[in-house]
Unconditional design. Structure first.
Length: 322
């Protein structure tokens, strides 16, 4: 179906008008009582004795009901592009982020040591992904987790673009986009990522990945306690920390017996050999702090999504009644 001039102007007017409304908050203030996660790379052995790391298997099993299930007839190209992102036939992949795999384990060798690194969302303190979501459906909670409201996400993938670790991944053929893609030339499905099992945390239960680790290499607790323990382990190992300041600070901190600069260099060297490009352990700067245009956009980004949703909902209802 083509978008005529009248429909385009109607949608544009709705967006323009609603951008002047008060901003919907995408983030909440964290405190020392918020949750944080410690990942100890001296303890993690990558579950070499198992076919699959237990943190990965536990997450995939425990969160399977939250994974996308796109009907084949909805797997259409993103207009006006001639492509779409579909992982539904690659559900078995467990060495990268996908809509069906929210944690994986990278392995490198540094200074003669085998290092295994569980990777998942860092749950940043000041997440650009949440503040720059054009649909306002990604949120930072006061408890610590950053999550996506999959019932409202259009899959615009801006969150992936601004994430230093490219954590969120898109699945076509699901979500609101499938209903309105003929009207809205943005988006492409729904974005998926780890939400730190926030429902389990609210029930005083551990996230699946942490509970499934046989080496107790990961733990979750109050932010003040986790950060204090991480600092203590750094001294004990004469090692290094990652996550306290990266991307403006995160709710995830890694402790390692070897410097993370060396780990990152080893990861990048692996990529040069043709292996799957790893998630870096670099020193990213938060785009909200480094780029003023991004910071200004964060003031109105969620409202753009509200405007689009309201305008398209009315259009959809009128068509059904006609």
């Amino acid at each position: 179906m083509k978008i005529n001039r009248r429909k385009f102007l109607t949608g544009t007017a709705a967006v323009t008008a609603l951008t002047f409304l008060p901003r919907a908050e995408a983030t909440a203030s964290i405190s020392q009582d918020s949750y944080a996660t410690l990942i100890d790379l001296k303890k993690c052995d990558g579950c070499v004795q198992y076919d699959e790391p237990k943190c990965v298997a536990s997450c995939r099993s425990g969160r399977s009901a939250d994974f996308p299930n796109p009907p084949p007839e909805e797997l259409r190209d993103y207009w006006p592009q001639k492509k779409h992102e579909d992982w539904s036939d690659k559900k078995q992949l467990n060495d990268r982020f996908t809509p069906y795999n929210w944690i994986f384990v990278q392995k490198v060798q540094v200074d003669g040591m085998d290092i295994s690194i569980p990777r998942r969302c860092m749950h940043c303190d000041n997440p650009p992904c949440a503040k720059l979501c054009p649909f306002g459906v990604k949120h930072k909670t006061a408890e610590g987790p950053v999550y996506i409201d999959k019932n409202l996400c259009f899959g615009g993938a801006k969150c992936r673009s601004v994430c230093p670790w490219k954590v969120p991944q898109r699945q076509a053929g699901v979500g609101l986009y499938t209903l309105w893609q003929k009207y809205l030339p943005v988006g492409g499905g729904v974005m998926y990522k780890c939400d730190l099992c926030r429902d389990r945390l609210a029930a005083d239960q551990q996230p699946f990945c942490i509970g499934g680790c046989p080496q107790n290499a990961m733990e979750v607790g109050k932010r003040s306690e986790i950060f204090a323990k991480a600092t203590s382990l750094k001294k004990q190992y004469q090692g290094d920390l990652y996550g306290l300041s990266e991307n403006g600070g995160t709710s995830t901190v890694y402790v390692s017996p070897v410097p993370f600069s060396k780990i990152n260099k080893a990861l990048l060297s692996q990529a040069k050999t043709g292996a799957q490009r790893p998630v870096p352990m670099h020193q990213p700067e938060n785009v909200l702090a480094s780029q003023k245009p991004w910071a200004k956009l964060s003031l109105v980004a969620p409202i753009i999504g509200v405007a689009a949703a309201l305008g398209l909902a009315g259009k959809n209802n009128r068509e059904k009644q006609s």
